[in-house]
Write a new protein. Structure first.
Length: 201
């Protein structure tokens, strides 16, 4: 369900996931009004909030609210994290099948560019900002998960055939698995949460 914060009412009711929904993320471009959702089966779905804008066509509204716009299927188990490049043209999905999938979503292409083996169940992924990039063709992203280690990866978007390489690995392993990860742009810090209810900076 999508809710109006100002009005306190439900604006959209999307149906289609066959298992528990594990994640939600709006596309960073507010003009698109796209919502991405993931579930325990490994499915990621894209929903358009632009459907049914004509309030006089209620039947059409309810019909379109129940239809997905696109589906991304390349995970074998629960998808736990969704992130976007700063341009909004590249989608990153991570899960407990120990991989990060990188997708081209520019102009509705929705093509799988790369599957990156991470060798641990991933619980969080975050894109590092443009200031952290070596050049315009590279994207850096951080991952964390069951091993309690933060890793930073570099991916060359101009040549999808190239390997995605790990360029930074946390030196000391945390005692408990990580449950989530975000990048705080104002301080330039990566923040993770773990199973013992701690926030680590």
């Amino acid at each position: 369900k999508v809710w109006s914060v100002k009005g306190g009412y439900c604006t959209h009711n999307f149906r289609g996931h066959r298992t528990i929904v594990t994640g939600l993320q709006f596309h960073p471009d507010p003009q698109r009004l796209h919502l991405f959702s993931s579930d325990n089966s490994g499915s990621v779905r894209l929903w358009s909030l632009l459907a049914g804008q004509d309030k006089n066509k209620l039947d059409d509204i309810y019909r379109q609210y129940s239809n997905k716009h696109a589906e991304f299927n390349n995970h074998l188990s629960a998808v736990t994290a969704i992130a976007f490049s700063t341009s909004g043209n590249v989608l990153f999905t991570a899960g407990r099948d120990k991989v990060v999938n990188i997708w081209d979503i520019e102009d509705g292409i929705n093509e799988l560019l790369k599957t990156v083996p991470v060798y641990e169940s991933v619980e969080g992924v975050a894109i590092l900002p443009n200031a952290a990039l070596d050049n315009n063709n590279s994207i850096k992203f951080a991952t964390s998960g069951e091993k309690g280690i933060v890793r930073v990866w570099k991916y060359n978007i101009s040549d999808p055939r190239q390997q995605c390489t790990c360029i930074v690995t946390q030196q000391t392993e945390d005692k408990y698995p990580h449950l989530g990860l975000i990048y705080h742009a104002k301080t330039g810090r990566i923040i993770v949460s773990n199973q013992e209810n701690y926030l680590l900076f």
